[in-house]
Design a protein around this ligand. Structure first.
Ligand code: ZN
Length: 360
């Protein structure tokens, strides 16, 4: 393949530069061009050199960044895809374990999988790349050429709610009419992933609360309002406002915060850990907390990534949400930067929700 412009790092030491790269020998029966790529905390962590598990592909002294994208097909050697189709490439490529062999590299049991832009596979922040159609998800709704960049983070949501449905089946979890009406879902964190979890909690019928340890801007409150989501600043209101949690989803990765909210989870409740922060201070679990978990049948579960069907479900829900709440979905994308600039990475702590890079 010819040289292409790419945003690259040197994993795991970090950094981010825009430069021309030549990448040969990547398997793939379709050629893709990103329209947009998204930036998330993982990208910022890699660039800052804070994620020691990141590594360059074999034979390269760099790693092309990026695992969130919405792409257009440039050319296809397989039926089912044609030039101009919208698609989203998956992040993980299977290793050799049984879960990977079954297409469930999201549940990889030995860590031998690879992740685009993170562990040993070049990512999607480049002008074009070849990809195997097996790992490409079709986006049939042509109006998703921008919000479709949220497919990758949304597939995490779809998997987590599938695991939720398995766990919640262990007791009579729903209300007597077998809906989740009147049940309370709390989502810790007000970043893009927190919003996507909250949207799905609303879809399931939960009374849904997003929470953070500070107030949030009008933009965030406006999105919550359109989806019927409540907001609680728990630095002011913890004792009175935080109670009767049936489903708790954490995107912060902070043990102390997680344990504090878990105290307010009620019988047969479920706590999902999604956010990760290896640098967070330790949180201490008390004997009272152990009693609380045991006596109330509370389950704590971790969930990461998603399978191809979760990407497909994500596309369906993004389509639904983009049509039902177009302003809110558009407002999730607070920053758009041209691919010619690597500056977006430097504004990591701005107050925005989702930054995307335009490759058009
Ligand atoms: Zn595996």
């Amino acid at each position: 393949m010819d040289q292409v412009m790419a945003l690259v790092t040197n994993a795991p030491s970090g950094g981010a530069i825009s430069r021309r790269v030549t990448i040969t020998g990547e398997p793939g029966d379709i050629l893709l061009k990103p329209l947009y790529t998204g930036i998330c905390g993982t990208d910022r962590g890699i660039i800052a050199g804070k994620l020691p598990f990141a590594y360059n592909p074999v034979g390269y002294d760099f790693l092309v960044l990026g695992h969130e994208s919405i792409c257009s097909v440039v050319e296809s050697d397989v039926s089912g895809f044609k030039a101009g189709d919208l698609v989203v490439p998956m992040v993980r490529r299977p290793g050799k374990c049984l879960n990977c062999a079954a297409g469930r590299q999201d549940n990889c049991s030995d860590g031998d999988k690879h992740e685009a832009g993170i562990t040993g596979k070049h990512g999607f922040m480049r002008e074009q790349f070849r990809e195997s159609s097996r790992y490409v998800v079709r986006v049939g709704d042509s109006s998703l050429s921008r919000t479709g960049v949220l497919t990758e983070p949304t597939k995490n949501v779809m998997k987590l709610f599938e695991v939720f449905s398995v766990i919640s089946g262990r007791s009579i979890y729903p209300t007597p009419d077998y809906s989740f009406q009147g049940k309370h879902a709390w989502i810790i964190g007000t970043g893009s992933e927190g919003f996507l979890f909250s949207f799905m909690a609303r879809e399931q019928g939960f009374d849904t609360f997003m929470t953070n340890r500070h107030s949030v801007d009008e933009g965030r409150l406006g999105i919550m309002d359109q989806f019927g989501i409540n907001f609680v600043d728990y630095s002011r209101d913890f004792d009175t406002a935080v109670k009767d949690i049936d489903l708790l989803i954490d995107t912060s990765g902070d043990p102390t915060t997680i344990l504090r909210f878990t105290q307010r989870v009620r019988q047969n409740g479920i706590v999902f850990l999604f956010g990760t922060n290896g640098r967070a201070p330790d949180g201490a679990m008390s004997g009272v907390m152990v009693d609380h978990l045991v006596e109330k049948n509370i389950t704590i579960a971790g969930s990461v990534d998603g399978a191809k069907r979760h990407y497909e479900q994500a596309v369906s829900y993004i389509s639904k949400w983009t049509h039902e709440h177009p302003r809110a979905m558009s407002a999730l994308i607070t920053n758009e930067e041209p691919a010619s600039s690597v500056d977006p990475f430097k504004r990591g702590n701005s107050n925005g929700i989702k930054t995307i890079i335009s490759w058009k």
